[in-house]
Design a binder for this molecule. Structure first.
Ligand code: MGD
Ligand code: SF4
Length: 743
């Protein structure tokens, strides 16, 4: 057994709870006396949401006793237009969750050999971390440390790590999410998409969703714009093996056979070229490689694609025509979580090419050109150059990646001494790697190779059980953080300030990172005395101030970066090798990858097994909300969607609990109730990601539903940039945990 077998967190005192409550009350009184009430309303302070990464700006409202009672949207915020999604409103539950981490913890081994955590002071925790980091630096080099991060705290830990001499910073939002699409769009248009994506959905006439389930995936601004577009008569084309909420709002639903989207895209490209439905002037003026593309796609007839995708040739033609009629006000949506089958960068290249042919990039109702505003960093000395990075360690793999470390861990390559990157220390901030990275066993193997694992979290999530040190962060409602900068149609900045004092003995990550920096002799990288001083300095550089932002919450700034759309015939220089939109990718070719997207068949499920498809629910974000008291009220477990034909074959009734087992014999820890529905194809099942928590400290989430992550053991690596394709698993049903599979 591993030394990091699930560890129990012991003896958290109830006193903390009582103390927390009293503290809040007096603290708010104090804040009000000091006039730090934010806006002109002393019971209202500005924030931006941390429940997902759309970062909507809002107001936290307190009652007379200083208790947080609700959060509402900020009317001036372009990300939310004054309206939060259910999760944003439910963010209050993160603050009130009584299962929160309450004080720093260090792992100890008792005389009986059993491991547990002891409560320690902040000083003890920081001294321990600094000592271990110095030891790693001495024995292996500073570059043998890494940061895994998602969310605001990453800025501060990132600065600490860079100052320490390591460039290994990874986020699941890259290799497990949108990395392939960024690489594909950069290769094609010379620009990535970032977040929020620069999609002019509100003015579009045709929106094509390929596996994007807007509405269930609640990216606030986009969902609002999609609903406006529908009201204005736009047509929606949804390509999804499942009848998603978006599909139900669509003019066309194409229930594609899983893993065949590239074939459909190639066939659409051929239809648009061969029928001369592409934007001739635009293609001629702006693109590179059109004739080669035309020759390349000739074999990909709708009949060819039908045999692969099960989408009828007429439907392929009709939908291609629908897009062309709307062009250039058409968006083939690039998606967000796009790491599916390992050829994802190529699929997204096909999406980019289709958009380019229809002339939607830089056009109204297509893609707008976002502003490029950034805030100056608070002055600090230059970071040292790391002597080695993950790039060398990867031995030439994933050449077009900007950030591939997390894939390396899934590959179990990062900790491998053979790869000359013997990583020994991780700081994990705001990411529950056990539920987030596919192939849990490899992640745990990697953890077992470490000398130090520090976890910074608000909740006792699965990853905390593997930590050497757990640092409890206060929630976003109790802290300052860096300003949110949204580039959007017009740039905007948003302030997050504490609505109340931190509950328990929790603290903000910026404070933790600064405290560790002091112990490592790196404090000059955190040169501000208070965080307010840093924010005020930054705000003054852009003509605002902390005082103003406390009143406004959000400030919209004038656009500095040219027009939103290309002028007719405007001369445009794209940031690609050729200065053109590259239909033929010279960057891919130079690195030995196919310059045009190639359809490759993927493995089919064996008899009795079904593609494991997963996605989002509008009231949850990944695994972070599964214990939230407000949101579990709305949905407290996932179900497995099963086609009626399949249910009949297995004799499974609606609502019946089953275990799921994947093709590698991994059986889900818990049971999940079956939802029999025509809304899913017969070759797939569907579950919402983020459930099936196995940590008992999560009193509401424990044992509720199944975890897709646990069942994802076949990781399909994207050779271009290291994205971890997560749709390579098939599952079957089990009725008892230990019995044989019923067939
Ligand atoms: P969560 O599981 O929500 O998502 O991956 P993660 O960001 O790891 O874990 C978030 C962690 O942050 C939780 O432990 C939570 O308690 C903690 N947290 C929340 N707020 C704070 C805070 O203010 N401070 C600190 N320090 N911690 C906080 C998301 C990633 O997952 C992404 S972006 C995608 S798109 C992928 N989706 C996905 C999937 O759909 N299925 C499967 N199987 N895996 C997936 N992995 C990827
Ligand atoms: Fe918060 Fe919802 Fe906005 Fe995400 S979309 S930031 S959860 S309000």
């Amino acid at each position: 057994a591993s030394r990091r077998d699930f560890i129990r967190i012991t003896s958290l005192s109830a006193a903390g709870l009582i103390f927390g409550g009293q503290y809040v009350h007096s603290a708010v009184k104090a804040l009000r006396q000091e006039g730090i009430g934010g806006s002109s309303d002393p019971l209202r302070t500005p924030t931006y949401c941390e429940v997902c990464f759309w970062q909507c700006a809002g107001w936290v409202h307190k009652n007379e006793e200083g208790k947080i009672k609700k959060i509402t949207g900020n009317d001036d915020d372009p990300n939310c237009n004054g309206r939060l999604c259910p999760r944003g409103t439910g963010g209050v539950g993160m603050y009130y969750d009584e299962d929160r981490l309450k004080t720093p913890l260090i792992r100890v081994t008792g005389k009986d050999g059993k491991q547990t955590f002891k409560e320690v002071s902040w000083d003890e925790a920081f001294d321990f971390i600094a000592e271990k980091l110095q030891k790693i630096k001495k024995e292996h080099g500073p570059e043998c440390t890494a940061l895994f991060t998602h969310g605001s705290g990453g800025h501060y830990w990132g600065d600490l790590l860079k100052a320490f001499g390591s460039g290994n910073i990874a986020a699941p939002s890259y290799s497990q999410c949108r990395g392939p699409r960024e690489v594909a769009f950069i290769a094609t248009f010379g620009d990535g998409l970032n977040s929020p994506e620069p999609l002019d959905i509100r003015d579009t006439r045709c929106l094509v969703l390929i596996g994007s389930h807007l509405g269930e995936n609640m990216h606030n601004g986009q969902v609002q714009e999609m609903s406006d577009a529908i009201d204005n008569g736009a047509s929606i084309i949804t390509v999804d093996p499942r009848y998603s909420t978006a599909a139900s709002k669509s003019k066309f639903w194409l229930p594609i056979k899983p893993a065949t989207d590239i074939a459909l895209l190639l066939s659409w490209i051929r239809e648009i070229i061969n029928n001369e439905w592409y934007d001739k002037k635009y293609v001629e003026q702006y693109t590179y490689g059109f004739e080669e593309l035309k020759n390349y796609v000739q074999p990909f007839t709708p009949e060819w694609a039908y045999g692969i995708t099960t989408i009828k040739p007429d439907q392929i033609r009709e939908t291609a025509r629908e897009m062309a009629n709307a062009a250039p006000s058409v968006i083939i949506h690039p998606g967000r979580h796009v790491t599916w089958y390992g050829d994802d960068t190529q699929r997204l290249r096909a999406v980019a090419i289709l958009n380019a042919l229809l002339g939607s990039w830089g056009r109204r109702g297509g893609f707008y050109i976002p502003d490029k505003m950034g805030l100056p960093a608070y002055p600090h000395p230059p970071f040292p150059k790391p002597s080695r990075t993950w790039r060398e360690a990867m031995g030439g793999k994933y050449k077009l990646a900007d950030l591939a470390l997390a894939s390396g861990v899934c590959d179990a390559t990062i900790p491998s001494p053979e790869l000359d990157c013997n990583i020994k220390g991780w700081i994990v901030n705001g990411t529950n790697l056990i539920m987030t990275l596919p192939d849990q066993k490899k992640t745990i193997d990697a953890i077992n190779n470490l000398d130090l694992l520090v976890v910074v979290d608000t909740m006792p999530m699965e990853i905390t059980g593997y930590a050497d040190v757990v640092l409890p962060e206060c929630t976003y409602l109790e802290r300052w953080d860096d300003l949110r900068v949204a580039q959007g149609r017009n740039p905007s900045i948003a302030l997050r300030m504490p609505a109340t004092e931190p509950k328990y003995n929790s603290k903000p990550a910026y404070w933790m990172a600064k405290e560790v920096s002091k112990r490592l002799g790196l404090e000059e990288y955190f040169g501000w005395d208070t965080f307010e001083e840093k924010l005020d300095w930054q705000l003054k550089q852009v003509g605002s101030s902390l005082e103003e932002m406390k009143r406004l919450g959000v400030k919209n700034l004038p656009r500095e970066y040219g027009n939103l759309f290309f002028e007719e015939g405007e001369d445009v220089d794209f940031y690609t090798n050729t200065g053109k939109i590259e239909l033929y990718s010279t960057a891919f070719e130079a690195e030995g990858f196919d310059p045009f997207p190639v359809y490759t068949p993927h493995t089919e499920p064996p008899a009795g097994y079904y593609h494991l498809n997963y996605g989002r629910a509008p009231m949850h974000t990944f695994s972070r909300t599964a214990n939230n008291p407000n949101l579990t009220d709305l949905m407290d477990e996932n179900t497995v969607w099963v086609n009626p034909k399949v249910a009949k074959e297995w004799g499974i009734k609606n609502g019946e609990p089953v275990y799921l087992q994947n093709q590698d014999g991994v059986v889900s820890d818990f049971q999940v109730k079956v939802r029999v529905t025509e809304r899913i194809r017969f070759d797939s099942v569907y579950i919402v990601h983020g459930f099936g928590h196995a940590d008992k400290k999560l009193s509401r989430a424990y044992g509720k539903g199944v975890s897709d992550s646990q069942l994802i053991t076949r990781v399909l690596m994207d050779p271009v940039m290291g994205g971890t394709g997560m749709r390579g698993n098939f599952v079957t049903f089990r009725f008892e945990k230990e019995s044989e599979v019923k067939s």
